[in-house]
Design a protein around this ligand. Structure first.
Ligand SMILES: C[S@@+](CC[C@H](N)C(=O)[O-])C[C@H]1O[C@@H](n2cnc3c(N)ncnc32)[C@H](O)[C@@H]1O
Length: 271
């Protein structure tokens, strides 16, 4: 959860439209800063699953990708998609925010190998502009999932564009984190609110207009979204903090990462 200097923070309801409008303009405005802060960690054509720093080259959660059609949702600047293109996947990177995609255009122009310049599509993960059963795999690393109120709709939409036998893999903040303050230090180790409270986290401007919204779901909610979309949960990866990583990313830090999970990666298949 970011916190701009003048934001009013509250827990209150925020529906689909308010959430999408707030998050689209927040990510448009923050795209440059996000890349300046995290670009080196992410790499321009690399695939990192979260602040722990585990890569797809180590975890292999998407399986064999060469020659496969893969869609990234909430792709940001499309770093993961670029890495997959390097592995021979036929990949499309999509995101709600034109600001994030603009960074993707710059990275496409900067990569030394033109085969890594991936197609970029602006769309909401809730309304993908693709036909049913188009892709062998759909994934996101920390994109879209906590930024929509209709979380079951997001999983349903991803399942729709997957072919039978395809895979949906998404990483997101571990639901357990919701109960703790977003503090990388010792203050982030004490429960301060209910894990069961799904009321969204909302930052608003002085007129009360939402400028950033995050939606929480429990682990059970996520499992039910997956089952309701007709998918099978094949694995739930809770990556441990590796010794090699001394970097802090927002509320994620070596201190907390060695004690409690920071990321949950859901690996789902479509029968
Ligand atoms: C934390 S960033 C992650 C970006 C990228 N995956 C990465 O690892 O850098 C979250 C991304 O989700 C995107 N996003 C938010 N809501 C979305 C939605 N409804 N549909 C698609 N993308 C969305 C944002 O624009 C942003 O690029």
């Amino acid at each position: 959860m970011p916190l701009s200097e003048f934001a009013q923070v509250s827990r209150r309801m925020a529906g689909d439209e308010e959430t999408a409008a707030a998050n689209r303009s927040w990510w448009d405005a923050e795209a440059g800063e996000y890349y300046a802060e995290h670009g080196a960690f992410l790499g321009d054509a690399d695939f990192v699953w979260g602040p722990e720093g585990w890569r797809e080259s180590e975890l292999g959660l998407l399986g064999e990708v060469s020659g496969r059609r893969v869609l990234e949702i909430g792709a940001g600047a499309g770093q993961c998609a670029r890495w997959l293109a390097g592995q021979g996947a036929v990949v499309v990177a999509s995101d709600l925010s034109i600001g994030m995609l603009r960074t993707g255009v710059n990275l496409n122009q900067r990569v030394s190998d033109p085969r890594l310049a991936v197609p970029l599509v602006q769309c909401d993960a809730l309304e993908l502009p693709f036909a049913d059963a188009t892709f062998d795999a759909v994934f996101t690393s920390y994109g879209a999932v906590p930024f929509v109120s209709d979380s079951d709709g997001l999983v349903r939409e991803a399942a729709r564009v997957l072919r039978p036998g395809g895979r949906l893999v998404f990483s997101t903040t571990h639901p357990f984190r919701w109960a703790f303050p977003d503090d990388p230090g010792p203050g982030g180790l004490t429960v301060t609110q209910s894990y069961f409270d799904r009321t969204p986290y909302v930052e608003a401007d002085s007129d009360g207009e939402a400028t950033y919204v995050e939606h929480h779901r429990t682990l059970g909610d996520r499992v039910r979204d997956i089952a309701a979309a007709g998918l099978v949960l094949a694995d739930l990866v809770e990556p441990e903090w590796p010794e090699r990583n001394e970097e802090t990313w927002g509320g994620w830090s070596p201190l907390r990462g060695r004690l409690v999970p920071g990321t949950a990666i859901f690996v789902c298949t479509k029968p």
